[in-house]
Design a protein around this ligand. Structure first.
Ligand code: APR
Length: 255
C-alpha cells in the first residue's frame, strides 16, 4: 500500500494547514530500536516493581541497587540506534511553522536522531546530579556492582536525572509542554499507553483546545476513543510514511 493511501483526507488536511504541531512520545517509539517498553509482554514492569527501582524511597534505601539498574539500562541504550520513527520526528521540525516534541522517554534517542525542539518530561538517563548540592555530574560511569557515584564537589550521593514515581516533573519542561499542547492544531500521541499522569493529560488538553488528535500505536489505549485518527501500526513505519506524504503533498501544492 502506498504511503499516501493509508492516511485520511481529514488527517492530511489538518497537517497541511497546521501552524503548530506537537508530537508526544512514549517508550513505544523506541521499541523498534530494541529498548524495552514499560508495560505489555516482556516489558520492564513485568520483571521489576517500579516502587523498588524508580522512586526516591527506593534510592535512599538502596542507591547501589537503583544505580545498578540504571547502569544496565544505560548499557542497553548505548548499544542501540535511533530508528526511522525518531528520524522522521527530527525531520518534522522543518516541515511545519512550529513543531514541538514532548517525550516521556529518558533514552536520549530523540536528541541522537537530531531533534532540537524537545521537552523531556521525565528527564534523561545521560544526565545525573548531586542530591546534596545539585551539581550536574555528566558522564557518570558505574564501574562495578555496588558502586554509588559521589559528587566531586561536595561528596554527596549522585542520582540519575530522571523523574521517579511521586516526583514533580521539571517545571520549565512541563509549562512549555502545556503551552505547546494548548496551542496545537495537530497533536500526535505516539507509542504511549497514556496511563501515567500528568504527562498523559497533554493529549486531551490539546483536544479540548481544538487540536486534531492523532494516536500512533500498535494497539488501542485508553485514549484511542478520544482520538480523531488512530493509526494502528509501528511508529517506525507510520511516521516516515506520514513525513513523506505531507512533503509530497506540499511539493504538489507548490508546483
Ligand atoms: N510503535 C508504536 N507504538 C508501540 C510500538 C511501536 N513499534 N511498540 C509498542 N508500542 C506501544 C504499546 O502498545 C504501548 O501502548 O507503546 C506503548 C508503550 O507504553 P508503556 O510501556 O506504558 O510506556 P509509556 O507510555 O512511555 O510509559 C509512560 O511510565 O513507567 C513510566 O516513566 C515511565 O515514561 C514512562 C511512563
Amino acid at each position: 500500500m502506498s504511503p499516501a493511501s493509508q492516511f485520511s483526507d481529514p488527517l492530511l488536511g489538518a497537517l497541511l494547514h497546521a501552524r503548530q504541531v506537537v508530537a508526544f512520545t512514549g517508550a513505544g517509539i523506541s521499541a523498534e530500536s530494541g529498548v524495552p517498553t514499560f508495560r505489555g509482554p516482556g516489558s520492564i514492569w513485568e520483571k521489576f516493581k517500579p516502587e523498588e527501582l524508580a522512586s526516591m524511597d527506593a534510592f535512599m534505601r538502596n542507591p547501589a541497587l537503583v544505580w545498578e539498574w540504571y547502569a544496565h539500562r544505560k548499557t542497553i541504550i548505548a548499544a542501540v540506534q535511533p530508528n526511522p520513527g525518531h528520524v522522521a520526528l527530527a525531520r518534522m521540525e522543518g516541515l511545519f511553522p512550529r513543531f514541538t516534541l514532548v517525550t516521556q522517554n529518558i533514552d536520549n534517542l530523540h536528541r541522537r536522531a537530531g531533534s532540537v525542539r524537545l521537552h523531556e518530561l521525565h528527564g534523561n538517563i545521560e544526565r545525573s546530579y548531586c542530591t546534596r548540592c545539585g551539581k550536574i555530574c555528566p558522564d557518570v560511569v558505574i564501574a562495578e556492582r555496588g558502586q554509588v557515584p559521589l559528587c566531586p564537589a561536595c561528596g554527596g550521593i549522585v542520582r540519575p536525572d530522571v523523574v521517579w514515581f511521586g516526583e514533580m516533573l521539571p517545571e520549565d519542561e512541563w509549562e512549555a509542554s502545556v503551552t505547546a499542547a494548548e496551542g496545537a492544531d495537530v497533536f500526535l500521541s505516539i507509542g504511549t499507553s497514556a496511563v501515567v499522569y500528568p504527562a498523559a493529560s497533554l493529549p486531551l488538553m490539546a483536544k479540548q483546545r481544538g487540536a486534531f488528535l492523532v494516536e500512533v500505536n500498535t494497539e488501542p489505549t485508553p485514549m484511542t476513543r478520544s482520538a480523531d485518527e488512530f493509526l494502528c501500526g509501528p511508529s517506525g513505519t507510520i511516521l516516515p510514511a506520514l513525513y513523506e506524504t505531507v512533503t509530497g503533498r506540499r511539493a504538489k501544492t507548490n508546483d
